[in-house]
Design a protein around this ligand. Structure first.
Ligand code: PBG
Length: 336
């Protein structure tokens, strides 16, 4: 018969798991409210906050509710928000010109927050055209030599430069090009510097995948997209090109690189984090949020514990900052 005494069990890993105190003592990864970035939607032409059906608890904001949620975030210890603009349908056009206009919804939202919070809150702006174009693509359309419709890389980057400068002028501390156009980071860096915004940082969406996990976000911003973004966002099957994208972005001057989505792409995150000389962020996207919420609402998972587990996993894989719609909720839980 097998007996424990016959077996030299010098190593008993359970020693370090035996009670909450020792588990906390040996924890390798600790979440902190300052790890989180809260994505926010600021909408034009609404007079009350509007809840997004596929993202319970997430709203399109009015000026008042936007300021209020930022104050709540700060009180919970969250230092950074990422602002997306939701224009009125009739303000969309082929080139997304409202994205650049000083009185466009996103630039007004940035200015409002900067005036209200100064440098107390880190204001990040989404630097992409998809919310503003009537076709919903992240860039402008053109025809290639064979008459096929394409998203024109270089013409788009030129608009991103104007958009980033407009956002910096409105008061953004960080611009975040999320359109996956080639050369966008270097061009934006140059445009910001030329306009005197050397202090404005760039969060590069380096490894952004053509992911169906973005579904609820497209409801959130009222996206006009038909079709997909596979000619500019990455193929979920690939990891090598993520390393190339991050390397190029860092060489072009990115202050942060980012991986998106987060949970289904932890391997990509871990690889980039291994060698990146700049902070690495991860974006827990709308679909990740929607799935946890739906299962939680059904009582199929312990929603709060699963939320915290998902966040600690993203940090363990190598994220220095985490974009998450749970920022305030998770921060409050960490604060006890
Ligand atoms: C594009 C953008 C998207 C998201 C953030 N920025 C959507 C897309 O690429 O279609 C997705 C965020 C989320 O799903 O939470 N500006």
């Amino acid at each position: 018969m097998w007996r424990m005494a016959d077996y030299d069990l010098t190593r008993r890993p359970r020693r370090l798991r035996q009670n909450p105190a020792i588990r906390e003592f040996v924890a390798e990864t600790r979440l902190h409210p300052a790890d989180f970035i809260l994505p926010l939607f600021f909408a034009d032409g609404i007079d009350a906050p509007r809840e997004i059906p596929s993202m319970p608890g997430v709203y399109q904001h009015t000026p008042e509710s936007l300021v209020a949620v930022c104050r709540e975030a700060l009180e919970a210890g969250v230092k950074c928000v990422d602002l997306f603009g939701v224009p009125r349908e009739e303000d969309k056009d082929a080139t997304g010109s409202v994205a650049v206009a000083e009185d466009g919804v996103l630039n007004r939202g940035i200015a409002l927050l900067r005036k209200e919070f100064g440098n107390e809150l880190i204001i990040m702006a989404d630097t992409c055209l998809d919310e503003f174009t009537d076709h919903g693509h992240c860039g402008v359309l053109a025809a290639d030599a064979h008459g096929n419709e394409i998203v024109d890389n270089d013409a788009t980057v030129a608009i991103y430069c104007d958009m980033a400068v407009a956002q910096a002028r409105a008061g953004a501390h960080i611009v975040s090009p999320s359109g996956m156009m080639d050369g966008q980071i270097g061009a934006i860096r140059e445009a910001l510097d030329r306009n005197g915004f050397t202090e404005v940082a760039i969060m590069a969406y380096s490894a952004k995948y053509a992911s169906k996990f973005f579904g609820p976000f497209r409801d959130a911003v009222g996206s006009s997209l038909k079709g997909d973004r596979r000619t500019y966002q990455q193929d979920p099957a690939n990891v090598r090109e993520s390393l190339l994208e991050a390397e190029l972005d860092i060489a072009e001057g990115a202050d942060f690189v980012m991986v998106k989505p987060a949970l289904p792409y932890l391997d990509v995150l871990a690889k980039i984090a291994e060698t990146s000389p700049v902070p690495v962020a991860a974006y827990q996207v709308s679909g990740e949020y929607a799935m946890l919420n739906a299962a939680g609402q059904n009582g199929w998972i312990d929603y709060e514990e699963t939320m915290m587990e998902s966040l600690v996993s993203i940090k363990r894989a190598g994220a220095d900052q985490i974009f998450t719609y749970y920022a305030i909720e998770a921060a409050k839980r960490l604060n006890g």
